[in-house]
Every structure is written in structure tokens, then in C-alpha cells.
Design a protein around this ligand. Sequence first.
Ligand SMILES: *[C@@H]1O[C@H](CO)[C@@H](O)[C@H](O)[C@H]1NC(C)=O
Length: 486
Amino acid sequence: MARRVKRVFFTLAFFLGVSLTSSDDIKETEATGKEDDGRVEQEALTWPPIGVTLEDDPSLWPGHLKPIGANVPNKEVKVLNGFPPPEVFLRDYAIPSVPVLFKAAVTDSVAFKTWNSDEYFRQFPEAGTQKHLIETRKKEIRTQPPTDMTLRQFLDRYSKEDIYMVEGVPKFLRKDVPMPKSLLCEPLTRMLVDTVMWFSSGGTKSVLHNDDVDNINCLYDGKKELVFISYQRYRNKVTLDHPEGSYSSMDVDAVDFTKFPGMREVEYHRVNMSAGDCLYIPYRWFHQVNSYGRNIAVNVWWEHNLRQYVEALSEGCGDLAEDSTLNDFQIEPPSDSSEQGPLMELHSALNAIKDKAVTLEEFEAIVKKDKLLTELITWTPKCSYAVKEMFEAIDRNKDSVLSQEDLEGLTDEMEEELDEVLMENMDDIMNIKNDQVAQLREAVAAEVAKGQAESYVELVKKLLDEGRTTIGDSDEVIGEHGHQEL
Ligand SMILES: *[C@@H]1O[C@H](CO)[C@@H](O)[C@H](O)[C@H]1NC(C)=O
């Protein structure tokens, strides 16, 4: 039930996560090479700043109304030559959740060798027939439906107009795109959810946002500059004031500390990509992306699940062909038929058990088994509270059991309202889960840094087995901070 929650966030994050600057900005930047495009000037930095504290007026903090991360020392992003094997990727990056740049990882690919030319794309008959969704420049994409055009029509227009293609990789191009070697692990390939092609003439500037999935992004043409903020460390400092789309309304060229005071306290990891490079963008890490010049990227999204990553390491990866392409995998993008809410799933769940009435305890057991929650580390009283809220909303005749009767005669409006309550409460539990996983990662990283754990993964395994998120006796109450009160 409520798989939809994830899908809503996921889809919106990817549609709203990007807005284009005008093509005039692009030209100016390229012509003058001036530092007025959000790139941060290198200054001599004193950190933390002297003579100002977090108690002072936030506007006094250095960096106020400057580009994101200005006046803060950069943290680096690890760089590897090419992709490591999946086991290494899981152990060192996906399980601890840290970004990494795979330098020149796809320079041998057909996409890298051919996608720098529009003529290559034009030659495919499908480029003249298949329609694709093309985003038009709009701050709020929700209110402006994308238009559709063929790839050839897009190619005629993209360098002159503010349009960009953000779409599943067209079928006829999938064979050109290698499956990142670090994902060639059977348990991981079962977790793939979507691949998307990002094609523009450059000058895109995204908002600060995060995604509900893990991601490897490969760049086949152009340059990108990214800035990351750690989710596990700073999830309570970064305000995504548009939670429905997992993004922040902050102006990334002029960050207002009076509106976003938490931004004074975070650290920034910066990384640049050139054509042929791939980047691991970890689940929920906050990021902001600028692109320069004709830009084509493809990213592969897969479901994040710490428990499954740990299991994949012990299961082993099998032997998938090294030269696998996107064409070799059946990747099912999340269905976005908006009719399919948690209520529909509930309907079918109740249908399946026919005449039986479901008690609160039984309902809680059903929710606990939800696929979305397999990553939850321990069930807390707040989880039970959310379940109770859902139960009471569904139990319209107040007979303290759920049955078909409760769902009979609902108007569309009532269904929508009920769906809303279900999604909100599932979301509360998801937030508790996210917090637990982040807390565990921080605790393990600290232990490893102190030299008190021989292996990150072993310690993660141990804590998962014990249903704990902290180390030592003082197991602090989890899922209590940072999120809205239940
Ligand atoms: C990224 O590229 C820009 C522009 O060339 C440069 O100013 C900046 O220092 C680079 N950043 C990193 C992390 O390499």
C-alpha cells in the first residue's frame, strides 16, 4: 500500500528539480567567462567565521545573499578512474551513502563517441516519428504542461529556444548507453526504476533539491558543476520548503540566511563533470546542478535500500556481461496514473480478505509489511500513532474495524481526502525511516573515524540485525527530531 507516496515525490522531484536560465545568460557566460553565473569565487576563508555567531542576525553571516556555498571551504568529492566493481561500489559508496565521481567511466561507449553530433540522432527514422515530452522554460512546471515533439523537431529548436528534453531514453538509443559497471550486480539490477535523458543547449540551473532514489548520472556531452550537501549530516539544517517536490525555493544565486538560517551551518561538496564522466548522486543528498554548453546526460535511478545493499554484498553479484547496455534491462518507470492512490490499494487489500473485518493490530501488521517500509530499522511509537491516524480515517462507521462497508459510498472528494490522510501518515513513517537510516550511517561513520570499527559494513549489519541506529547503551529515541510533530 501507498507505493504512490514515493512515486509522487519521485516524479515531482524530477520535474520540478530543474529550471532553465534564459539563453541570453548562457551566451553572456560563454562570451565573457565572467564569474557571474553562480560559480563561486575562490577567496581566502576563515572558517568558522570570526566575530559572528549563530545567535546574531543571520544576515551578518558571511555568504548572505551570495551564491550557494560562497565563503565556505569546499569539501571534496572522491574521484575514481572509471567504475569500481559493484561490490566495491556498494561497500564504499552506496552503503555509507557518499558521492563519488567516476572519471572517464564511459568514454568507450557508443553514446560518448556519437552523441556529440545532432546528425547522428537525425538519421534514425524514429527521430522523425516518435514524440517526446519537452519541457518549456517555466519556474513552475506544474502549471505549464510540457509540449511534445519528435527528436528531429527538438534538434531544430533546442539551441535557439529555452527548451529541454527530460525524458526516458528513447528505445532506439538505449543500445548506445552502457549500464554503469558498478550496477552490474543482479540484486541491484532488480532495483532499477528508471532512466532519463537530459538534453539541452546548456545553461540549465537547477534548484536545490533531493531525490527519493539512488542515482548514477553519466554525461555524454558538455560540462556540469554540482554542489552537494550531505543528507545524513545536515538533513535537519536544509529546508526543502516544497516537500511535495523535494526542493527548496531558495535563490541559489543569492541565498537568504534570514529565510534559510540552517544554510549557515552546512558543508558543501563540489564536483565538476566533463563528457565521459559519471557521478554517483546518493539518495536524498541535497544537490544543485548547473550545466554548460550542449549537454546530454543519462541517469539511471534505482531504489535505495540499505538492508538490500548489505544483503546484495553477501549474496554476490552474479556475472552480468561487462558490456551490458540499457537495452539489456527491463526498466519499469514508476506508473504515474494519478488514480492509483493508497486507497485503491487498500480497496484491493480489503477485497482480498473479503468479509473479514480488520482490527487496528491487524492493520498495523499490514502496514509494517509494506514494501516501502522494509528499510525501517525499528518500529517506534510514532509509527504506531501514524497507523492509528490512518485507521481512524478509514473507519468511517467507527466500529473499530475496517471492512468494505467503510469504503462504500465514498464520493470522489471523500476518496481524495482519505488518500491525503493515508499519504501524509505513510510519509510520516517514511520520514522516521529516513531519519533512522541516516542516524545509523552517521553513527557508524563516527565509529569508523575513531578507529573503533574494523569494517563499516560489518557494523551496519550488526546494527540492522539488532534494530538499532546508535552505538552504545544510550539508545536515543529515534525519529524524534527534525520532522513535523505527529
Ligand atoms: C569547476 O570548474 C570551475 C570553472 O572552471 C572552477 O572555477 C571550479 O574551481 C571547479 N571546481 C572544482 C571542484 O573542480
